[in-house]
Design a protein around this ligand. Structure first.
Ligand code: 5AD
Length: 350
């Protein structure tokens, strides 16, 4: 698909045309990755963060956040729940927390690989190459790092680097692949200052970089952040600004599936947050094939507030697990068995 056509889809409001897009992306999903919806148990290990991203509620300068870091025992408790629920993967996610040391995490990864058959995904920000290598050697399988936007000027405006460091997430994504990780990335839809042209470029880059998993969520303003407090002044000229709506997010999910048929695409928590009733199901019926139920203990969940009113914040792991499984089955889809490795990565390995 050419950029002009992507732009046309992004800008259309024609219901009948959009029904065609949903049907096409759903068919491509079915033909390439099947009816299985793989569940990845999300463990929000720590909300400490060294970075000061303009949109994120757990940015270092947000003084209102009560910070926590889970103990190894607490993490292993969540891992056990993932096993009990029949999940194939655990995702260890945190802010860019340098209190998570290389050795501490190596021990936890080793522990998980010894005691379970779970695939291990890490989502810990822009860590040093030596750490990424050590964690891969210890047994981690996948790494998630969203590039958030391919517009460099917009990226720089909302991602102040650490002192003396230059942030190049595309370089890190290439390194991750070299190190042997299955690589996940993604974007936010509707960042103030993100134009339709930027968004079309993002979608084309998913394909160009041959990424194995793409997470796509709407930008949700957080009042405790500079971008959340003063969105208007950052917006693009009228008509060019991408809205952070459910519809726009679903269009990006659908177009991504059409361009990258074999990859894994989660129906994200952010999408479920802006439409609590149907967001997750809409994602799954328009191209997505993954859900990441939250396993984080309830007392920590509400502290991992990257954006406000996050879906499933008011539930425990049991409740999230049954609600998500029920809604997947009600759609006539099947709960995935096994690790749910990326069909895209497998194709490359052959
Ligand atoms: N709205 C939506 N998504 C957000 N993220 C962080 N802050 C927000 C926000 N305000 C997303 C980023 C990050 C992922 C873990 O959460 O895309 O990569």
């Amino acid at each position: 698909m050419k950029k002009e056509q992507i732009l046309e889809w992004l800008k259309t409001d024609d219901q009948e045309e959009l029904e065609k897009l949903w049907r096409q992306s759903d068919k491509i999903r079915r033909d390439n990755v099947g009816e299985e919806v793989h569940l990845r148990g999300l463990i929000e290990v720590s909300n400490f963060c060294a970075r000061d991203c303009g949109y994120c509620g757990i940015r270092v300068s947000n003084q209102d956040v009560c910070r926590y870091r889970m103990t190894a025992d607490e993490i292993m408790g969540c891992v056990q729940m993932a096993v009990n629920f029949g999940y194939g993967t655990v995702v260890l996610q945190a802010g860019e927390d340098y209190g998570i040391s290389r050795e501490w995490l190596c021990d936890i990864i080793t522990h998980i690989t010894r005691e379970t058959n779970l695939a291990i995904t890490l989502s810990l920000g822009e860590r040093d190459e030596s750490e990424l290598i050590a964690w891969r050697r210890a047994g981690a399988d996948r790494y998630l790092l969203r590039f958030e936007t391919s517009n460099r000027a917009l990226y720089d405006r909302i991602h102040p680097p650490l002192p003396g460091r230059f942030s190049d997430r595309f370089q890190i994504l290439r390194n991750l692949r070299e190190i042997g990780y299955e690589v996940g990335s993604g974007i936010m839809v509707g960042i103030p200052g993100q134009s339709f042209d930027d968004l079309a470029n993002d979608i084309l880059l998913f394909k160009e970089y041959d990424i194995d998993m793409i997470g796509i969520g709407p930008y949700i303003p957080h009042p405790g952040t500079p971008l959340g407090m003063s969105s208007e002044e950052h917006l693009c000229l009228s008509g060019e600004q991408v809205p952070g709506t459910e519809l726009m997010t679903c269009k990006v999910v659908a177009l991504t599936r059409i361009l990258c048929p074999l990859i894994n695409i989660p129906s994200t928590t952010a999408l479920a947050t802006i439409n609590r009733v149907e967001g997750r199901v809409h994602g799954l019926s328009r191209g997505a094939n993954i859900v990441m139920p939250n396993l984080t203990p309830k007392k920590y969940r509400e502290l991992y507030e990257i954006y406000p009113a996050k879906a499933s914040c008011d539930e425990n792991a049991d409740e999230s697990n049954s609600r998500i499984k029920n809604s997947i089955c009600a759609m006539g889809r099947v709960i995935g068995v096994g690790r749910g490795d990326s069909a895209n990565k497998k194709t490359k390995a052959v």
